[in-house]
Design a protein around this ligand. Structure first.
Ligand SMILES: CC(C)(COP(=O)(O)OP(=O)(O)OC[C@H]1O[C@@H](n2cnc3c(N)ncnc32)[C@H](O)[C@@H]1OP(=O)(O)O)[C@@H](O)C(=O)NCCC(=O)NCCS
Length: 179
């Protein structure tokens, strides 16, 4: 199981708490620009964010996914979230950051800490992520934390804020050893 918290110089990644829901809603979940390339629609009310936090905790409990809220250590601000799903020998990661925190290397620092943790797990041979072919910030971020572009998964995911049809996505990975 991944750790329930990870610290970087500027960011605390910790397991969500029910009280985080309002800040998740305000900071990013209701923002159409933030969720543009994500597989869900903006949250309409804080109650939707509260249900989302409940699901995150249930996924922690049954071991199917780990989510961390990203807290800025100096101010205590909740900035975004990172999610990891382990399937056999592979872990897939996803992430989101509120707009006021973009462009400051904060997700790079957070994601790098996760990639470093995962790279040190002997049972994990593949760390991977996908992003919409138009999500240039995310693609660049994945390269910056050491993942390599391995191709395009055609018609892979529906990003409902752009289209109801599945869209092409970049696939990036970091793998251990050679085969
Ligand atoms: C993806 C996300 C976490 C990136 O965080 P960020 O703080 O915005 O990232 P940055 O501003 O540091 O940009 C990342 C890189 O993309 C580059 N970049 C930013 N805008 C760009 C643009 N329009 N064209 C090309 N490159 C761009 C930056 O220069 C940076 O590269 P660098 O480190 O080499 O300088 C953030 O934008 C986000 O949460 N977006 C909404 C949710 C989302 O799309 N999540 C990912 C789903 S796959």
């Amino acid at each position: 199981m991944p750790p329930t918290s990870i610290e970087t110089p500027r960011v605390l990644l910790r397991k969500p708490e029910r009280d985080d829901a309002q800040r998740i809603f305000t900071t990013y979940a209701q923002d159409p620009d933030v969720v543009r390339f994500l597989p869900w629609k903006p949250h309409a009310t804080p109650a939707v964010s509260a249900r989302f936090v409940g699901r995150c905790l249930a996924l922690w409990n049954d071991g199917s996914a780990s989510t961390w809220v990203l807290i800025m250590r100096d101010s205590g601000a909740l900035m975004g979230m990172l999610e990891a799903r382990i399937r056999m020998h592979a872990v897939e990661v996803g992430y989101v950051l509120g707009q006021p925190f973009w462009g400051r290397g904060l997700m790079r620092e957070s994601l790098q800490a996760f990639v470093d943790w995962a790279s040190n797990q002997p049972s994990l041979f593949r760390i991977w992520a996908t992003c919409d072919v138009e999500n240039v910030r995310s693609a660049r971020l994945l390269e910056r934390v050491g993942l390599q572009h391995e191709g395009i998964l055609r018609r892979y995911l529906v990003h409902p804020n752009i289209s109801t049809e599945p869209r092409d996505c970049h696939s990036y990975s970091k793998v251990q050893g050679t085969f």
